[in-house]
Design a protein around this ligand. Sequence first.
Ligand code: RB5
Length: 151
Amino acid sequence: MRIAAGSDHAGYALKRVLVDHLAGLGHQVDDLGTTDADHSVDYPDFGAAVGRAVAGGRAELGVCVCGTGIGISIAANKVPGIRAAVVHDTTTASLACRHNHANVVCMGGRTTGEATAIDAIDAFLAATPEHGRHDRRVEEISVLEQPGAPT
Ligand code: RB5
């Protein structure tokens, strides 16, 4: 699978752990930055870059990490077509795929340990989107992005 990864400085170390893990599983991982933990950068730049890679078809999945996963998920979710989910463990990761059809997985480098993060991304990859009522709800999210949607 082609995977785009991104982080700010606070998520850099955990992102690298996840990038190495995913590459070790045979995935083609494109790290869109940032490139170190020592220089403060702005998480919206990297959430947007990952979101655009996924929405533009250059990656099938995005992985984002900031301090909490929250800010970078908010940024990624501003890209039309993106469903970015903050996950904390195997349960939330699996459900983000099965129920929310998430296409960007976000985690917190300051809130989630390495082993838990690896277990979570593995759980996401092992899960399969569920259909029926979940398709309807995901479609309702897409409608919110359409021009003319109520504000
Ligand atoms: C950076 O200090 C921090 O605010 C950021 O990584 C993230 O946690 C924001 O949501």
